[in-house]
Design a binder for this molecule. Structure first.
Ligand code: PLP
Length: 364
């Protein structure tokens, strides 16, 4: 075994992941709930996440072909949808070889499809743009595109669209997007897929043949207040240990740029995690961390390898004690708020320097 000195790590609770998947599937009982595991499973470890879910999940989704190949190499046999579709024609050959489904969203994709002489046997996932204005054929152009497909392909059509504002329940845009998709679905009597996590939680009328569950699978919510998210369990705990404790006098400063000044004599603990691990450098003084059952607060700037917290008011804190930066006690949402970011970004930008430890109570 390799020697590990630094205890900084992301602990990934695969049992919580499985529970979250089970629970969210019950919210959309008439849909197949896909697990979106792009960006290394929102940086929870795509292969481990896939292995923990492969018996329950009908289909995984990733962003691009390379991510799907990694899963195939690891022995994952479940269907995989590539959300951004092919980037070049040779991606079709790769998709055929690896049994991947490609989201088709440009005229080039349609002509590449017709060039392959029927070798591509997947369903035809067709992306229709209903207001995100990122990927997909405009809804008014969809009939021509569908008309250009051969009979075999038309039979396997799955119309997809992506929401731009589904996390806000009062926003009328989502209802309009749903109406546009449903009109096409009725016209072509085909399957469809719209809902992301926010769609699953906020918009039952958007539940399709397939829903695309991403963030909420990891126990983190895309929406602010909603009873439905209460049963979710955060899958990731980001933790690190205290490597030094020091006293500073009133008036002294801590860290780069002298941005924090002690108002009283204070005790400062130094924790072995920094922005090189993916802890956000933007996190402001006052960002909470969890130490020995209490909350303490970040003081001074986040360094590359370390952060500093004020433990003056905490009983019994020692070198070697473990600190939770986010997880079951400190929400990643809170850290996101203190660092002008969002939960999605904080999770996915954890660095490759940070080791992961996987726990699964169902298989211990
Ligand atoms: C990432 C992604 C999802 C999952 O979104 P969440 O908000 O994480 O649930 C669904 N659909 C598409 C097209 C995506 O790119």
């Amino acid at each position: 075994m390799t020697y590990i000195s630094r205890k900084t790590q992301a602990v990934i609770d695969l049992t919580a992941l499985q529970n979250n998947y089970q629970y969210i599937s019950t919210l959309a009982p008439n849909s197949k709930t896909m697990a979106v595991i792009k960006a290394n499973g929102y940086e929870h470890g795509a292969i481990e996440v896939a292995k923990a879910l492969e018996e329950q999940v009908p289909c995984f989704a990733v962003a691009f072909v390379d991510e799907a190949i990694q899963l195939r190499k690891a022995g994952i046999k479940t269907p995989i949808l590539v959300l951004e579709g092919p980037f070049k024609e040779s991606d079709f050959a790769i998709a055929i070889k690896n049994e991947l489904s490609l989201m088709l969203h440009t005229p080039e994709h349609i002509s590449w499809l017709s060039n392959d002489n029927g070798a591509y046997c997947s369903d035809i996932w067709l992306k229709v743009d209903t207001g995100m204005n990122r990927l997909g054929f405009r809804a008014e152009d969809a009939p021509d595109v569908i008309a250009s497909l051969n009979e075999e392909h038309r039979k396997k059509l799955i119309i997809c669209s992506h929401f731009s504002c589904a996390e806000i329940k009062s926003n009328l845009k989502t209802a309009k997007q749903i109406t546009q998709v449903k009109a096409l679905v009725e016209q072509y009597a085909c399957q469809y897929s719209m809902a992301n996590s926010a769609g699953i939680l906020n918009w039952p009328e958007s539940h399709g043949h397939y829903n695309r569950l991403g963030l909420a699978l990891y126990g983190v919510s895309p929406i602010e207040q909603c009873d439905l998210v209460d049963p979710l369990e955060p899958v990731m705990t980001l933790e690190a240990e205290i490597i030094a404790i020091r006293k500073v006098k009133a008036g002294e400063t801590v860290g780069y740029g002298d941005t924090w000044q002690a108002e009283r004599s204070s005790i400062i603990a130094v924790i072995a995690i920094g922005y090189a691990d993916g802890y956000p450098r933007n996190a402001k003084s006052g960002t909470p961390v969890f130490v020995n059952g209490s909350i303490a607060y970040l003081v001074g700037r986040v360094s590359m390898d370390m952060i500093t917290i004020d433990i003056t008011d905490l009983p019994k804190v020692s070198i070697g004690d473990s600190v939770e930066l986010w997880g079951k006690n400190i929400s990643v949402d809170t850290v996101a708020e203190y660092s002008d970011s969002i939960n999605y970004e904080l999770l996915t930008r954890l660095s490759s320097r940070l080791p992961k430890t996987f726990i699964n109570q169902n298989h211990s």
